[in-house]
Design a protein around this ligand. Structure first.
Ligand code: URA
Length: 182
């Protein structure tokens, strides 16, 4: 499958019930030749309306980190585990993740990145392993087949815990920038 076919298939997807409540699918954005992918959980309200990942409040915080560290958002690829918004932003159901994973697998195959950064627990537990614990394992690279995968705090979590983990996120993203050369 090429990008056009994959994107079209995703836009028409009815593999799970989220297709009935979505406004738009949120496929992904950024550089399809990047050596690094950032993978979040699922679209929120703004993403559902615009069809673009990380454009709401969490996305603005992610952009702030990228700006502070001089990481160019256009030069990385950003997408989510789920391509459709769960109602009221509830956690994805395992069956919804299962139904959606082939889109991400195809994206990874087409991009062929060296590094994958999971934004939040949901993506990290799916892509690194069910035992991944964010408080313990954030900012560590795990070798997964041909990729190095790491998990960092989800920007939405950082918005809810302003006093807590923001410094750790900065440290993790600095490390990621240094190790990946982005
Ligand atoms: N949260 C996510 O996990 N992904 C988005 O695209 C927006 C918010």
């Amino acid at each position: 499958m090429n990008w056009e076919e994959l994107e079209e298939k995703c836009a028409k997807c009815t593999l799970c019930g989220l297709s009935e409540t979505r406004t738009n699918t949120v496929f992904g954005c950024g550089d399809r030749k990047s050596r690094i992918m950032f993978v979040g959980e699922a679209p929120g309200e703004h993403e559902d309306l615009e069809g673009v990942p990380f454009v709401g409040r969490a996305g603005k915080l992610l952009d702030d980190y990228f700006k502070a560290l001089e990481i160019d958002r256009e030069k990385v690829y950003i997408c989510n585990i789920l391509k459709c918004r769960p109602p009221k932003n509830r956690d994805p159901l395992p069956a919804e993740e299962d139904a959606c994973m082939d889109y991400l697998r195809w994206q990874v195959r087409l991009i062929n990145p060296k590094y994958i950064v999971c934004l939040g627990r949901i993506a990290a537990q799916r892509l690194i392993g069910p035992d991944f614990k964010m408080t313990v394992d954030h900012g560590k690279w795990f070798a997964k087949g041909p990729f190095y995968v790491c998990g960092v705090f989800h920007p939405s979590y950082l918005l809810r815990n302003p006093a807590g983990k923001k410094e750790e996120m900065l440290t993790d993203l600095k490390m990621i920038k240094k190790d990946t050369g982005i």
